[in-house]
Design a protein around this ligand. Structure first.
Ligand SMILES: *Cc1c(COP(=O)(O)O)cnc(C)c1O
Length: 388
């Protein structure tokens, strides 16, 4: 029987083995592990790749978003507009700084925030919009930037799934006031552990983010902000520098696989991804949808094909954000003393965000990674087409 995992790092790691080992050796030889040449070199290379003036390495993608919001002055009493069907981290960043997430439904074709719904969600307290380039597909940035600039609100892009994706020929991460990237191992550009970065072309904002990420310090033992400790360590920076030169090539390979999937799959019960003219996605996730999602997942599993769901429970129905979900699970606030700060009760009930709920119910992610062979791709296509 075939065995095609949902994701595998092996082909990429084998191909870049020499570069990865050289990076590791270099850092060990240097005996310098935090805030050094490797960090600076990767930041410069990644800013150049994205097309921004600055890049600030940090601990992970969630921190990249938190640092951005903190530095932009977003906090208690402020509202931040974000799409209802993102990964939990985007919304956690907003509630972490004490602001209120305002969930806006996606365009059901692209799965990204629907720009036509943003304006009606803006209030006098709206401070920022966080477009998420979900599954590696760029958001429709022109209308988003136009609305933000007309209302004087900030834009923080969540690029955690979209390293290298292009909107009208320009890299995501270069549109907003700042952008957060994750280098979690499974992302298109992944570290060998946790890592993240912020990109921006605003020098003052970048300097502030850099200081906040380093205990709020601008120079040694001088603290100008109540900061945090979220830095990109030398080892992860060196490993990322080893992998960055291959990113465009490896993304192109994902595009080739996506093209094969799009051309080869013709199952009438399945909704295939839609790519708008403005977008050149990087296919972090190849998301299909069907009313018989769980059945299809089981059918593919029986044929040795790994799949995932992104994401099975919408954010507004998660226990951390819904008192009703907590009560249903027997974890109501009353039964969890000391959890007030770990829970929130967003003003959404089941049924309030039907598109987010529909995507959660019907989405299935197919295998997609650098190094999938033609036979594997053809096998997945045949299996999906034979599902009746
Ligand atoms: C992975 C991810 C994050 C968080 O990144 P971490 O490095 O895991 O903290 C944020 N947003 C989205 C959309 C993600 O997929």
């Amino acid at each position: 029987m075939n065995n095609i995992p949902f994701v595998s790092f092996r082909p990429m790691e084998q191909e870049l083995n020499t570069e990865i080992r050289a990076a590791f050796d270099r850092v060990l030889e240097s005996s310098w592990y935090i805030l050094g040449h490797e960090d600076t070199a990767f930041e410069e290379a990644f800013a150049k790749f994205v097309g921004t003036d600055h890049c600030i390495g940090c601990g992970n993608g969630l921190d990249a978003l938190i640092l951005s919001l903190k530095a932009l002055g977003v906090g208690p009493g402020d509202e931040v507009i974000v799409q209802s069907n993102t990964y939990i981290a985007t919304v956690l960043a907003i509630t972490y700084v004490g602001a209120t997430p305002v969930l806006v439904e996606p365009d059901i074709r692209t799965y990204n925030i629907d720009p036509a719904l943003i304006e009606q969600a803006i209030t006098s307290r709206t401070r920022a919009i966080m477009p998420v380039h979900l599954y590696g597909q760029p958001c429709d940035m022109d209308p988003i930037m136009e609305i933000a600039s007309r209302h004087g609100i900030k834009v923080v892009e969540d690029c955690a799934q979209a390293h290298g994706a292009l909107y009208k020929g320009k890299r995501v991460g270069s549109f907003g006031d700042s952008a957060g990237f994750s280098f979690y191992p499974g992302k298109n550009l992944g570290a060998l552990g946790d890592a993240g970065a912020v990109t921006t072309s605003d020098k003052a904002l970048g300097d502030k983010i850099r200081a906040i990420a380093n205990y709020g310090s601008d120079y040694k033992y001088h603290f100008i902000y109540q900061g945090q400790n979220s830095r990109l360590d030398e080892l992860q920076a060196a490993l990322l520098s080893a992998k960055l030169p291959a990113l465009d090539r490896m993304n192109a390979e994902r595009r080739r696989i996506a093209r094969e999937y799009l051309q080869g799959m013709n199952n009438p019960d399945i909704i295939m991804p839609y790519v708008p003219d403005y977008a050149e996605p990087v296919w972090h996730i190849f998301a299909i949808r069907t009313e018989r999602r769980d059945e299809l997942a089981e059918y593919l599993k029986e044929r040795g094909i790994g799949t995932m769901m992104h994401y099975p429970i919408p954010i507004h129905m998660q226990e951390c954000y819904s008192e009703k979900a907590r009560a249903a699970a027997g974890h109501s606030d009353a039964e969890c003393p000391g959890c007030e700060h770990l829970h929130d009760s967003l003003p959404y009930a089941q049924g309030d965000l039907p598109l987010a709920e529909e995507i959660s119910r019907t989405e299935l992610s197919l295998p997609m990674y650098y190094g999938m062979t033609d036979e594997q791709v053809a096998y997945v296509i045949d299996a999906v087409n034979s599902f009746k």
